[in-house]
Every structure is written in C-alpha cells, then in structure tokens.
Design a protein around this ligand. Structure first.
Ligand SMILES: [Zn+2]
Length: 339
C-alpha cells in the first residue's frame, strides 16, 4: 500500500509531476531536524508522521466520494526496522519493537479501522489470516523493499474484506480483526528533504518535514495535504494538458477540467473543498500561505509550476477568497459541499 515513509527525494524525481511539486527548495528548512541527536530526531520524525497520518486519513475518508480511486484501507501508517539506516535502526527497534521487514504500526488514526480493531503505535504485525509475513534479513543499507512487499500482502488481504492479523505487542502475540473501509487510495508520507515542499506522484502524497512543521495547526496541515490530494483527484499527473477536458472519470470534477486555466488554481480550489468536507477550517489556508511566503524567502508560493497563473503569493491568496466565500455560504445554508 505504501512506499517509503521517509524517502529521501532523490530517487523520486522521476515521479514529480510538473503540476504537482508545490514549493521551493529551501535548504535550511529541515536542517534543525537533521542536526538533532538521533533519539530526538526519531521522536520528532515519528510525531510528524502521526500528525500527517491523522489529517491525511481524515481527508481520505471524508472525500472518498470524490476520489477516482478508492480502496479498502485500515488507515494505518506502517514502518519497519529495515527502512532505517544504521544510526536510527537500533533506536527504532528498541522504541517500537520493530524487527526486520515486519510492518510495525507507526500511526493508527482515531476511529480508523486500525484503531477500532485495537491496534496502536508499537504493534508489530507478524501474520495475516494465519500466513506469516516475511521478516527478511536485515539489510545493511536502509531499504523499503521488504516493507512494501509485506504492505502489499496486507493490502491484498484487506481488499478481500476483514482480515485477521497476528500482532505482537511487548512480546505477546494476539489476534485482531481489521475491518477496512473505502477511502481515497492516496496515502500521505513525510519525507526528510530539508525543504518546504509537498508533491504527489498520483499514487502517494508527500510532504516534507519543513512543510509539515510550518503548518501550525491541523487546519493548515489539511490545506497542504488537500492541495496535493486535489492534484491526485484531478489526475493532473495523467493529463498532459491540464487545461483540456479529458472526459469525466468523476462527475463533479470533469466539469472543473473544462473550466480550468491552471492546475494550481484548480488544486487550491478543490483543496479548500476537501478541507471543509473533512471538517477542517479552510480559512486557515490564508494564514498558512502568508507564513509560507515569508518562510520561503519572499519569493513565495508564486508558481514554480508549469501553467501557474498567479503573479504573486498575494494573488494566490486573493484567488482563495471567492472559494472560501462559496464554501461559507454553502455551509451557512446547509447545502452540500460539492466542488
Ligand atoms: Zn500544486
């Protein structure tokens, strides 16, 4: 189900879409985190992971009806010992009971199927429907391959319905039944890039540590993640010409394509709806963009992307206003938040 939770971006450049990378690199954004002592860094990374997992799950669940691709999900974020390099791996093993490639629960958002089943951070999944997952041999270098293979086994099981997991907690094994629910099929991941950046490859949403830290509350974090979710929902990755109409995979959004002048404007607009539909406050996006502009050295959230129409960050903020008013009017009138 998921690719690396802590992927360093280099290998992923090939996947970055022209319209999906929404920030300037700012080399010192993650520097503080990278300079932390290993144990502190692990804690801070994992608390970011949990924050992002919670907000992203809420967005994915609330907006399932708008997503062209849904699948049965447990809502968890998984990790493994083997994904860590030599410095952090022993700490992660001790702190989270990780072992080899076995998936450990890093985050189980409140009321997600994982949480409802009783799973919590620190649980290690050792088998599914009675079949052991592969623990693998600890790789010398950090590797996500084994975790991804196990995650695919879990996804396949969940696709068939409720799954019985054998879970190890504090050395004791027990069985739990996870009953997945349909949600947008784009999990979010934190990547340590030392920059302010978020992006999507059409299958995953990535947010950098710097960007996640810049968001001062869940509403702001929701705006960043929802903007990327909107790119994925609008299938910008698969559209060579985002201003064109590519037919309606999705009734609500195909119309938007015909009206589009800019993939970024569309992602901002739809993103605000996704935020509001998930119960977050879309108005906070304005504050976030103001802070983002300042943090990004003033060059700002002006478009670095192909087809951007904004002359300035202020222009981007201005463009949000009619959307926010539309959303507020719909909410006041009790009308559906259909973008
Ligand atoms: Zn964007």
């Amino acid at each position: 189900m998921r690719a690396p939770a802590r992927l360093i971006a280099a290998a992923s450049l090939a996947f970055v879409l022209a319209a999906g990378a929404c920030g300037h690199p700012a080399p010192d954004a993650g520097a503080a985190l990278l300079q932390d002592a290993p144990a502190v860094r692990l804690e801070r990374l994992n608390s970011l992971d949990v924050r992002v997992a919670d907000v992203a799950w809420t967005l994915a669940l609330a907006n399932a009806d708008l997503c062209p691709v849904n699948r049965p999900r447990a809502g968890w974020t998984l990790q493994s010992a083997s994904q860590y390099g030599a410095e952090l791996r022993p700490l992660a093993e001790a702190r989270y009971g990780l072992s080899g490639d076995l998936p450990g629960v890093l985050a189980a958002p409140p009321e997600s199927p994982a949480a409802t089943a009783g799973l919590a951070a620190g649980d290690l999944i050792v088998a599914v429907n009675g079949l052991p997952l592969a623990e693998g041999a600890a790789p010398a270098e950090e590797s996500y391959d084994g975790l991804q293979a196990n995650a695919a086994v879990l996804d396949a099981a969940l696709a068939r319905g409720p799954a019985v997991l054998t879970v190890r907690r504090a050395g004791v094994e027990r069985e739990v039944t996870v009953r997945p629910v349909s949600a947008c099929a784009y999990p979010a991941q934190v990547e340590v890039t030392g920059s302010f950046r978020s992006r999507t490859d059409g299958r995953h949403i990535f947010i950098s540590d710097g960007m996640a830290n810049l968001a001062q509350n869940e509403d702001e974090l929701a705006f960043v993640l929802a903007h990327e979710l909107a790119h994925a929902v609008l299938e910008h990755r698969t559209q060579p010409d985002v201003t064109g109409v590519r037919g309606g995979l999705n009734w609500a959004l195909s119309m938007r394509r015909g009206l589009s002048l800019s993939a970024e404007a569309d992602a901002d607009r739809l993103g605000l709806f996704l935020v509001a539909r998930a119960g977050f406050d879309p108005v906070r996006a304005v504050e976030f963009l103001t802070r983002y502009e300042a943090a990004d050295g003033g060059a700002g959230s002006v478009q670095i992307n192909a087809g951007g129409i904004y002359e300035s960050a202020a222009g981007r903020r201005r463009a949000l206003q009619p959307v926010l008013e539309d959303i507020a009017a719909r909410q006041a009138a009790g009308r559906a938040l259909i973008p």
